[in-house]
Ligand binder design. Structure first.
Ligand code: SF4
Ligand code: SF4
Ligand code: FES
Length: 378
């Protein structure tokens, strides 16, 4: 359809989308030059800058073509200014939800989603930058269940979601969580090259048994985030949604203590892949609020949570168990009880400027003495 331009090639010396070009004898096609790869990367970055995409909270994460292209091209930030468009989520269709923040206007739904008697359900409205995809609610009601689910599947992003129908695979096992990108990155980038050593520092972050407050604080540096983007890039992190490490990292920031078997595994992987490990915030330093359960027997905690809480089914008395579920540990552990921790940044959550000052000082080896006034406990 030629709408996204991601298949841009050089055809007979000119930039053109491949999908609208008819194959002909004698055509000269350049596919993967550095210039073309950067052009595609810029196009994907524009899509991220134009929409409001929060992959970790998106139903399509792991099955999303846009996210996959981002991974494939190594996009971890965008060179363009985010537009922060004020877009709606349309809950009016009877079975679908149209999340306009994620629509890249690829036109697939407009062309392909039709009722059994050939009536269109989606249409383009407005023009230029103000174009959006509208839904004909009457026709949407006439779609069969199968057609509705198919609409969700053909949408390359998480813009079309069907109520009560979620992606069958759990996050982490989805198509693009497992495929090409991360494997290829692993092969290509198990070691940092010299130029990578000289350029940006690579940061990985994780939230174990924490409340995500330290991660929120990490982003709370206002416009200084732009300067930071010049100095550091993020690898595996909830901020990038990279599920696996794609290269060795200079520093790993750990939020939260260790309360289950998965936390132990994750923490050990961080130790393995990061030159320096930093415990960020009280929960990672000594366990924090979750350690309130340390003085109570685990069986009593589980009974309280699953037998007696307001949301448990009375009399059911079932503690969830499945071999895929992480095993709860006898108590909550501090990170340094599991692996060696190199530095500690105290606070609950630590102040954003405090975190970044400390991280910059650790990474570039400057001396830094923390002022009492810089400790923050909300
Ligand atoms: S649509 Fe894709 S890129 Fe956008 S938030 Fe969802 S997963 Fe991320
Ligand atoms: S809703 Fe999905 S399929 Fe339709 S134009 Fe937007 S991104 Fe494309
Ligand atoms: S323009 Fe060719 S695939 Fe989008």
């Amino acid at each position: 359809m030629g709408t996204c331009r991601l298949c841009t090639c050089k055809i007979n010396g000119k930039f053109a989308p491949a999908c609208t070009e008819k194959v002909a004898e004698g055509l000269s096609v350049e596919v993967n030059s550095e210039e073309l790869i950067d052009t595609r990367k810029a196009l994907v970055e524009m899509m991220f800058a134009e929409g409001n995409h929060i992959c970790p909270a998106c139903e399509k994460s792991g099955h999303c073509d846009l996210q996959h292209m981002g991974y494939e091209l190594g996009v971890s930030s965008t060179r363009f200014q985010h537009l922060f468009k004020d877009r709606i989520i349309d809950f009016n269709p009877s079975r679908m939800v149209l999340e306009h923040n994620r629509c890249i206007k690829c036109m697939r739904c407009v062309v392909d989603v039709k009722t059994s008697d050939g009536k269109k359900v989606f249409n383009y409205q407005n023009r230029g930058n103000e174009t959006f995809v509208g839904v004909d609610y009457e026709q949407e009601e006439r779609l069969t269940e199968e057609q509705v689910v198919n609409a969700m599947k053909i949408c390359p992003t998480g813009a079309i979601i069907v109520r009560g129908v979620s992606m069958s695979e759990p996050f982490g096992d989805r198509k693009f969580d497992m495929e090409s990108v991360q494997e290829n990155y692993h092969k290509k980038k198990s070691k940092r090259t010299h130029s990578e050593e000289m350029s940006k520092k690579i940061i990985a972050t994780v939230s174990l048994a924490g409340c995500f407050g330290c991660h929120m604080s990490l982003l709370d540096v206002d416009e200084e985030i732009l300067d930071l983007a010049e100095l550091v890039s993020f690898d595996k992190s909830p901020l990038t949604d990279f599920k696996e490490f794609s290269s060795r990292c200079h520093i790993g920031l750990i939020e939260g203590g260790v309360c289950n078997s998965e936390n132990i595994e994750t923490l050990r992987k961080f130790r393995e892949h990061c030159d320096i490990l930093v415990a960020l915030g009280e929960c990672s330093i000594w366990g924090g609020l979750p350690t309130m359960r340390n003085s109570i027997l685990l069986s009593e905690c589980l009974e309280e949570a699953y037998f007696n809480s307001a949301t448990s089914e009375p009399g059911a008395n079932v503690v969830p168990y499945h071999e895929d579920l992480p095993k709860i540990l006898d108590r909550v552990y501090a990170c340094n009880e599991i692996v060696k921790i190199d530095y500690y940044i105290p606070g609950c959550p630590p102040d954003a400027n405090h975190i970044w000052k400390a991280v910059k000082n650790i990474l570039w080896g400057n001396e830094y003495s923390i002022l009492y006034s810089e400790f923050k406990y909300d």
